[in-house]
Design a protein around this ligand. Structure first.
Ligand code: GDP
Length: 534
């Protein structure tokens, strides 16, 4: 290798090594928005808290794009924010808070290398966190945990850890431990640093210098705790005996989560979490394709599309495809190979996402997300390379749970409707099923609001007015089998349940769970899948 190549290789590995790409998972109201803001504050991406999302201040984040979204005060979009922290370059992929857009959230989780789980410490593990953790298990993503809202009366911290271990089936390694809670919240003891970091309320809008007491035995702790220090020391002794120590390998395998306590609102403990992210969370990981594993350190560019966002910018009716760079380096005006289409495309104007602002991407490396302008030629799951025919795997569709028949107000527009629905399904906005027995068009969604988005977009972008009708479908499964005869048989025996989805995959639409179960029993050679690869 010549010297220039060696130098550029070194730069590439250094760039990759410093990247940390993560997303936050939590139950609504646990504090995801608040912690996102504090993370950006620590990353220097914003100067003052209270500027990102004005659910409370009445000012909306730049990412809020649809009128509907503004009306409802929810964030439909997944935006990407990049900022430096502690020598690393962090990519935070925001996910829609509203569970009706959970498909987008699920797919975003396929594009990260680690996740932060935020738990409301007054409540413990809640239902949506359970669901999102299941999704992270598809790739054994390493999980960091933030026990939020310690400035409120929280549950017994030991009980919280037990609950995480039992319900989410992941071992907990406490990194910090709360000293009191609610009005009596005094700070945390950092087990690895052997330091007490003192909390002061009312300083949450900025990054604060905290008072630090070195060592658990320090008499300063007795002053701080007003007689409770010895009991606290005992508690820590017990904790050390009863809990798991941090174990890097187990963390990387998704089997153990480091846990920090704090308050996002009070901007306390967030830096402990970020320190852990930089120190322990993985740099961009190798990714599987249908033919081989692609290492992040490979020089040729590769990446896959995990999300398509329409109308990011209300001034320009554009669609942006979010691409996760898996290897190599993107540079402006680069020619890329669009593998599915077998075509070369020049990417002149990709965008990066610095703390919500869109900027022209000059260069990007493995772990980064870039936005490609999409004029209908890019679908979720598409792979881009510098020529190699690769297809990244693990970007699934999730079985919808809600179904509606969609009808036109103007029957002459059925072509537009079909086109619109297929495109929207390629974007992942919704799923479409065409029963083989009739001409119905069935829309499947994971959340109710997806239906509203589709009707609204059909109207503005495709000039089609459509309405929904209820239909007796309760769940869908994608059908596959090693035995083509078995598939023919189910098509023949249960024609009223068979449909083709937006990408021509065979699907079973079940009116009830019992029906699904019976069909599974009757057709043992057929696999009924809850996810479908793009
Ligand atoms: P999200 O739905 O998960 O994005 O949650 P938000 O960040 O919007 O927070 C939900 C509510 O909890 C808001 O009223 C926040 O101000 C509040 N909240 C978030 N973090 C804390 C915290 O550490 N302490 C307290 N007391 N309230 C918090």
């Amino acid at each position: 290798m010549n010297q220039v190549a060696v130098a550029s290789d070194r730069k590439l590995s250094a760039e990759i090594a410093k990247r940390r790409t993560f997303a936050i998972i939590s139950h609504p109201d646990a504090g995801k928005t608040t912690i996102t803001e504090k993370v950006l504050l620590h990353g220097g991406a914003i100067q003052k808290a209270g500027t990102v999302k004005g659910k409370k201040s009445g000012q909306f984040a730049r990412s809020d794009w649809m009128q509907m979204e503004k009306d409802r005060g929810i964030s439909v979009t997944t935006s990407v924010m990049q900022f430096p922290y502690g020598g690393a370059l962090v990519n935070l992929l925001d996910t829609p808070g509203h569970e009706d857009f959970s498909e987008d959230t699920y797919r975003t989780l396929t594009a990260v290398d680690s996740c932060l789980m935020v738990i409301d410490s007054a409540k413990g593990v809640e239902e949506r966190t359970i669901k999102l953790m299941e999704v992270t298990r598809l790739r054994d993503t390493p999980i960091l945990t933030f026990m939020n809202k310690c400035d409120r009366d929280i549950r017994d911290p030991m009980e919280l850890l037990d609950e995480v271990e039992d319900v989410l089936n992941i071992r907990c390694a406490p990194i910090s431990w709360p000293i009191g809670s609610g009005k009596g919240f005094k700070g945390v003891y950092h087990l690895l640093r052997d330091e007490i970091i003192c909390y002061k309320s009312g300083l949450g809008h900025a990054v604060q210098e905290s008072r630090i007491i070195k060592g658990l035995d320090n008499p300063e702790l007795d002053k701080l705790m007003d007689g409770g220090a010895d009991a606290f020391r005992e508690e820590i002794e017990l904790l050390k005996g009863a809990s798991h120590e941090f174990d890097q390998a187990a963390f990387l395998a998704g089997e153990l989560t480091p846990v920090v306590f704090g308050t996002a609102l009070g901007n306390f403990g967030v830096d402990h979490m970020l320190d852990g992210l930089v120190k322990w969370a993985p740099a961009p990981q190798a990714r599987a394709t249908e033919s081989r594993t692609v290492e992040a350190s490979e020089t040729p560019f590769t990446g896959f599309v995990f999300k398509i966002q329409a109308n990011m910018d209300p001034m320009h009716r554009d669609r942006v495809a979010f691409l996760r760079v898996c290897s190599g380096r993107y540079e402006q005006s680069m020619k890329l190979h669009h593998v599915r289409l077998g075509k070369e495309v020049r990417i002149a104007d990709a965008v990066t996402f610095m703390a919500g602002d869109r900027e022209r991407a000059e260069e990007a490396f493995a772990g980064d997300i870039i936005g490609l302008h999409n004029h209908g030629t890019i679908q979720i799951g598409d792979t881009f390379t510098e020529g190699e025919k690769l297809k990244f795997t693990g970007i699934p569709n999730f079985a919808p749970e809600l179904f509606r028949r969609i009808l036109l107000r103007d029957p002459l527009k059925s072509k537009q409707l079909q086109k619109g629905l297929i495109q929207l399904s390629e974007e992942g906005a919704v799923q479409v099923f065409r029963p083989t027995k009739n001409n119905d068009l069935i829309v499947g969604a994971v959340g109710m609001l997806q239906f509203d988005v589709v009707v609204s977009r059909l109207k503005t972008e495709y000039k089609v007015e459509a309405v929904y009708e209820s239909i007796s479908v309760s769940t869908a499964r994608w059908l596959t089998s090693d035995d083509p005869k078995a598939l023919e048989e189910i098509k023949r025996k249960a024609p009223e349940n068979i449909a083709i989805d937006g990408s021509d995959s065979l699907t079973y639409l079940a009116p009830t769970r019992v029906n699904l179960q019976l069909a599974q029993e009757r057709h043992p050679k057929v696999e009924f899948r809850t996810t479908r690869e793009h």
